[in-house]
Design a protein around this ligand. Sequence first.
Ligand code: PTJ
Length: 248
Amino acid sequence: MNKIPKSHPRYESLKLREKISNAMKEGIVHETGLIAHGRGEAFDYIIGEETNKYADEAEKIAAASLLLAKNPVISVNGNVLAISSKEIIDLSKAIPAKIEVNLFHRTNIRMEKITNELKKQGAGIVYGDKADGFIPGLDHDRGLCDKEGIFSSDLVLVPLEDGDRCKALKEMGKKVITIDLNPLSRTSRTADITIVDNIVRAIPNIVKWVEKLKKLEKTDLDEIILSWDNEKNLKDILTYISKRLNHL
Ligand code: PTJ
């Protein structure tokens, strides 16, 4: 790929494409990850490629929930690593939360590459390769997880998630936070907290909220979370999108 000039009106977007494309060539992103990224881009374009007040509120609630969780885990897949690795590591340290590699298209070689890359970039323990636990209700390797990681967690942050893992995690009694630009996806509609924002903006904003909310008492954090209504937030976002489309 030719060097993208900073003056290009779609510089940020093209840089992300470049990262995803390079990570696919390195065997980190699955080839279908390019399609997933394209779907995300389309929704991002529609919401205006910025964090709106609904996403910001969801990011605040996510930060408070992560701070209150006893054993929070951040789930990382190929796409997440390709575009948000540093930010994920920052967030895991700010909480602190565990990191687990959990792949839809699981192969030993991808598990190893993603785990090594996270460690190289400064993550501590990276869970996922032991695979001594299983998420009930999922067929195939998608259910594999670590007993000390996702299996025993009380809260999981699962960004850019595929269809039914979110539901299966909820059925295990876990609180699930997702980041998904598509407010209509099954994951978006199943999660406890759905952040409709690009992960590259969402994670730094969650970190910002974590730093602010860290100073509060547990009871104040409980109070903040009490006001959260995920269904209402999703409805508000859909109304926001409809209004934008009507005014174009
Ligand atoms: O690395 P693997 O093997 O675990 O595979 C990862 C992918 C992403 C390929 C897999 O989980 C998958 O196929 O996911 P889906 O079903 O395409 O869902 C991904 C969701 O993430 C879609 O609803 C996209 O809109 C959304 N998405 C894509 N890019 C972004 C995003 N949401 C937030 N930020 C993004 N940058």
